[in-house]
Design a protein around this ligand. Structure first.
Ligand code: EPS
Length: 426
């Protein structure tokens, strides 16, 4: 997969900290801890989160790659402490300090795999009879690090008026009614986002929000869990990111890959998605129109001079030149961004850690038992939607750099301005 930007995360759920290194961010980009912390906080919110979130208050330490508030062009290392580590110091110690741990003692091990988790497949694969060795890293705690990475990518994209936003469209089968937006503009997406930001379940529809909270309450009472669907939208993305030339260069493929890499994601759609397969071709293609230079006095974005009203994507109504009235394609045609908002949707399964007993088999005794666990999130779809923003922002920043790459933010801006000038004359 072509990459200008790379990152890796490390860290266990109850280990000392989460770490990540981002490689490939240009020099001269302003970045602060607050830019990252605000997304870390957004990820921790959401009605239905468990008691772990009362322990953690995620905050980033910037270990390298930034000096006096600006990136150096060198790798950026970020660290987020796990506050809960204090309660797990012995269990998660890297040292064999406790003599009881010198020889396998299954009383200290997790031997009961939870259905739906990585527990059993992971234990068999990594040849361990202590499932803790598996669940610590397969845990979604790791996503805090990815959100930190995404916040850096978003900061980079913001220099080019690109925003990556999200909201929840459905939880436990209850659908938001106002998110049918295939023909809607950037402004509508931004207003859905604004509503979601003040909703405890990131749902822009108040009536659905109420029903969703009731359903989560039912799940809490039952010791059960719920999944759902969220939408990630990128606005202001120029025409021309990604390519049809190879499968792994297709922007849609890269975005789907990134979203599917989030824990518990079971499906991804772009634009009208699966629904497209049910209709005639004439009903789903986004027809192309052209409007000559506008005479009205539209405020013009400095980065898109040559024809786009502020807040609109190139290719949308609101400026002049080529435009479409619909966006069934979700902003990507032939693996290339087409200037319309990029619309992605991901489905999250219900969290598999349940208080409700489910059948499983102990990996030591081989006896059946009914799994029941005390501490867990009941619904983490709102958090997943923030994580979706992060991974999508990273892919878009990477594709952007692939096209306009440079070593400093000024160089990239010059390259981008040149391209915008070129396409404004197309
Ligand atoms: C998770 C289980 C829970 C979640 C955790 C993900 O943690 P614990 O087992 O400590 O109660 O709270 O999510 C986070 C810690 C987080 O920061 O999102 C799991 O098994 O995936």
């Amino acid at each position: 997969m072509p990459e200008k930007l790379r990152y890796l995360t490390s860290g266990e759920s109850h280990g000392k900290a989460l770490l990540c290194i981002i490689d490939g961010i240009c020099s001269g980009l302003s970045i602060s801890k607050e830019d990252i912390n605000k997304d870390l906080l957004r990820r921790q919110k959401g009605y239905g989160r468990g008691s772990r979130m009362k322990i953690e208050s995620d905050s980033v330490q910037i270990l390298s790659g930034v000096r006096w508030g600006k990136t150096l062009g060198s790798p950026i290392a970020l660290l987020i402490e796990n506050k809960d580590w204090q309660n797990w110091k012995d269990i998660m110690s890297s040292e064999l300090r406790d003599s009881r741990l010198q020889t396998p003692d299954y009383r200290l091990s997790v031997t009961r795999p939870r259905p739906g988790h990585a527990d059993l497949a992971g234990a068999i694969k990594y040849n361990t009879h202590d499932i803790r060795n598996i669940l610590e890293r397969s845990s979604a705690r790791e996503t805090a690090a990815r959100v930190a990475v995404g916040a850096v990518a978003k900061k980079f994209l913001s220099e080019f008026n690109i925003k990556v936003i999200s909201y929840v469209t459905e939880i436990g089968g209850i659908k938001a009614q106002n998110t049918e937006h295939r023909t809607q503009s950037t402004d509508t997406f931004l207003s859905l986002f604004k509503k979601a930001e003040t909703s405890p379940v990131r749902c822009p529809d108040k009536r659905a929000e109420k029903k969703i909270i009731n359903k989560i309450n039912t799940a809490i009472k039952r010791g059960d869990s719920l999944g759902g669907i969220f939408e990630v939208v990128a606005t202001g993305v120029p025409v021309g990111l990604g390519s049809y030339s190879q499968g792994d260069r297709r922007l849609n493929a890269r975005l789907a890959y990134a979203l599917m890499g989030i824990q518990a994601i079971k499906g991804v759609e772009i634009g009208l998605g699966f629904e497209m397969s049910r209709r005639f071709g004439s009903e789903v293609m986004d027809e192309i129109f052209y409007r000559a230079q506008s005479t009205d006095n539209l405020p013009i974005s400095p980065l898109t001079k040559g024809g786009i009203k502020e807040g609109f994507s190139k290719g949308e109504m609101g400026g002049f030149g080529f435009y479409r009235k619909t966006n069934n394609a979700g902003g990507i045609e032939g693996g290339i961004s087409n200037g319309m908002p990029i619309v992605l949707r991901a489905a999250m399964k219900p969290i598999p850690t349940l208080r409700t007993p489910l059948s499983s088999v102990d990996i030591i005794s081989k006896k059946s038992f009914n799994a029941a666990y005390e501490r867990s999130d009941v619904c983490a779809v709102p958090a997943a939607s923030v994580i979706g923003e992060a991974v999508a922002a990273f892919v878009i920043a990477d594709s952007f750099l692939e096209k306009f790459g440079g070593d400093s933010i000024d160089e990239i801006k010059r390259n981008y301005e040149g391209y915008l000038k070129q396409i404004s004359n197309f």
